[in-house]
Design a protein around this ligand. Structure first.
Ligand code: GLY
Length: 374
């Protein structure tokens, strides 16, 4: 039942293993690839307090007898953990575990843990290897693959970080059954992104199969995660450091990051929820600018809404940003070059493109109409 998607980066190639039951096999798989206890590397586990309760005992049991566990760092759950203070504390904790250059960090958790532990691994002794064990849908289809690691700052999300590829990704789709529905939905925003940016057939498949997937049908889940990872792997191999095609993976993210920054990166708006609204905005803007045919944005929003995700800024509870605040926050996004916003727009479902041709004034006008309910 396990499927393997290779990420064929020259000199840094690794596999993403996808399927149920991988947590229980982790010790065996890690020992086979990196060497067994005594001769093989020591491992330092990084996880968060929520994931630790549910999955840490199983991981430790799976590792025991296969590899030497140097220690476990359990961090607070939540996006606020992706900060300088936690990075410093984690780096010192990993040094206290006496992890050396040849050892391994295992990131067991969602995107926050993967990004933070990956960044700590990137800077620890100038870079040690790490294994991603993503426990959320979002992390399985997106953040655990491709080597983006980093932290947030008050100035914006992921503005401090490093490209540091994992040496192995174990995406145990069986773990997703313990994920709260809201997290599952938020992860879905990153799944549908792949269909929307480059594979209309996958989007059509999702329109017909999202329901069983969201209720954890193993075959539907495995297909969706595999297709998303395959697309991500292809893009990352073409453009690891995001000078071109990789920007397509940011569909919905420039708007989404601005909304997350405004709402404080907290439970008011999860990352995937920001991406869901951002994706709908990107399609509506594409339509407004005449790039894609009428009714495309409505089809996208109808599907995203059917999953139970927000599709409009007004779907966020509480105080909302005005159009000029949104544009200012979008300007903080790291996809700004020479002062111009980089936007990912679409010509149709399955055909996204990168543009720097839309002015801030055009975006502000569009957002003002959106926020007025237009
Ligand atoms: N999450 C977007 C990327 O990895 O490039």
């Amino acid at each position: 039942m396990t499927q393997t998607v290779p990420v064929a980066l020259p000199g840094r190639a690794y596999d993403v293993l996808i399927g149920p039951g991988l947590l229980a096999q982790a010790g065996d798989l890690i020992a086979k690839q990196f060497g067994a206890a005594k001769v093989g590397p020591k491992v330092g586990i990084v996880t968060d307090s929520n994931v630790a309760k549910v999955h840490l005992p199983a991981l430790e049991a799976s590792l025991r007898g296969h590899v030497t566990i140097a220690g476990t760092a359990i961090l607070p759950a939540g996006e606020a953990t992706k900060c300088f203070r936690e990075l410093a504390a984690l780096s010192e904790r990993l040094l206290e575990m006496k992890l050396e250059r040849g050892d391994l960090v295992i990131a067991l958790g969602g995107g926050v843990i993967g990004d933070l532990a990956g960044f700590a691994a990137a800077i620890l002794r100038r870079g040690i290897r790490f294994v991603q064990m993503p426990t959320s849908l979002l992390a399985q289809v997106d953040s655990s693959v491709g080597g983006k690691t980093g932290i947030n700052t008050p100035q914006g999300k992921n503005l401090i970080g490093a490209f540091h590829q994992p040496s192995l990704v174990l995406a145990d789709t069986g773990l997703l059954s313990t994920l709260p529905l809201r997290e599952m939905r938020a992860g879905y925003a990153e799944v549908v992104k792949y269909g929307l940016l480059g594979d209309a057939t996958f989007f059509r498949w999702l329109e017909g199969n999202a329901a069983p997937m969201m209720t954890h049908d193993p075959a539907a889940l495995a297909h969706a995660v595999r297709r998303a990872v395959e697309m991500k792997a292809e893009i990352v191999v073409r453009d690891e450091t995001e000078t071109g095609d990789r920007m397509l993976l940011n569909l919905g993210h420039t708007f989404g990051h601005a909304l997350e920054a405004f709402t404080g990166y907290g439970p008011r708006l999860l990352h995937g929820e920001g991406v869901a609204i951002g994706t709908c905005l990107a399609f509506r803007l594409s339509e407004a600018l005449g790039h894609c045919p009428p009714q495309t944005a409505a089809r996208v929003a109808a599907h995203i809404k059917a999953i139970g995700l927000p599709t409009r800024v007004a779907d966020i509870s509480g105080e909302l940003p005005d159009a000029s605040t949104m544009v200012r926050l979008m300007g903080q996004d790291k996809k700004v070059t020479g002062g111009r916003l980089t936007l990912i727009l679409a010509r149709s479902i399955g055909e996204a493109f990168v543009t720097r041709d839309v002015t801030a004034e055009q975006v502000e006008q569009f957002l003002a109409a959106e926020l007025a309910g237009g």
